[in-house]
Design a protein around this ligand. Structure first.
Ligand code: FES
Length: 245
């Protein structure tokens, strides 16, 4: 129920900056992202406004995307028939704001989860694509019991230590807006690492798991679900961009 401001995660910050744009389809909308001459991320529709070339195949030269059909140059600013989309680099992930897709009142910046100090953190970003809706990813990630049921080779001794407030706000064992879970990660054989983790959803397509006790305290795993659009059989496809910090 929380606002997203129409921001969608499209990939890792480090994916953008070479001589090719990053191209993604978000909810059926083709998007290209690249960095301008100052290193700032810029984004816009993936179709050239001249005669419709796919900009995903065009090179980036000194911060300008140059259409490979007839050389039209886009610097990230508006061009007749091509309106840029707001883009945001949070240091780990890149976001694009698609107001026509999201339909919410826009926010100036995305809702970025609180993370460990980047100067003292390691980051990994993984992207996978599934046949499902973003809500399915969020529901799965917010189900604290599913780890014990579906991944018994990874988790043991899972206990839900606290659940979010109910509508009346005073549920027994309530922990505000998060699920608190005590669980042990299996490492090898009988070697396990017990941790306490808190799961929250700061915006409608993001679930954050924060380790609050045990090995890796302060680490976060963010799962971002971005709708891609239907596949050739009409089934919904969703990218899961997972950032471990
Ligand atoms: S289609 Fe891009 S310049 Fe002509």
């Amino acid at each position: 129920a929380r606002p997203s401001g129409n921001w969608y995660v499209v990939g890792a910050s480090r994916d953008v900056g070479g001589d090719r744009p990053l191209a993604r389809t978000v909810a059926g909308q083709e998007v290209v992202l690249w960095r301008d001459a100052g290193g700032r991320p810029v984004a816009g529709p993936g179709i050239c406004p001249h005669l419709g070339a796919p900009l995903r195949d065009s090179p980036v030269r000194c911060g300008t995307l140059v259409c490979h059909w007839h050389g039209l140059a886009l610097d990230g600013g508006p061009f007749a028939g091509w309106e840029p989309f707001p883009a945001y680099d949070d240091g780990v992930l890149l976001w694009v704001r698609l107001d026509a897709v999201g339909g919410e009142p826009p926010l100036r910046a995305p809702v970025v989860p609180r993370r460990p100090d980047p100067a003292r953190a390691l980051t990994a970003v993984y992207t996978g694509v599934g046949v499902c809706e973003p809500e399915d990813v969020v529901a799965n990630r917010l189900d604290p019991w599913h780890g014990a049921w579906f991944h018994p080779y990874s988790f043991v001794d899972l206990t839900v230590a606290g659940a979010p407030d109910g509508p009346d706000g005073d549920a027994e064992g309530s922990t505000g807006d998060g699920f608190t879970v005590d669980v042990s990660f299996k490492v090898a054989g009988r070697l396990v690492v017990p941790v306490r983790a808190v799961f929250t959803a700061p915006e409608p397509r993001t679930v954050v798991m924060r380790i609050t006790e045990g090995e890796g305290t302060g680490s976060v795993v963010e799962s971002h679900a971005t709708p891609l659009g239907p596949d050739d059989r009409g089934r919904p496809r969703t990218a899961v961009v997972e950032a471990v910090v």
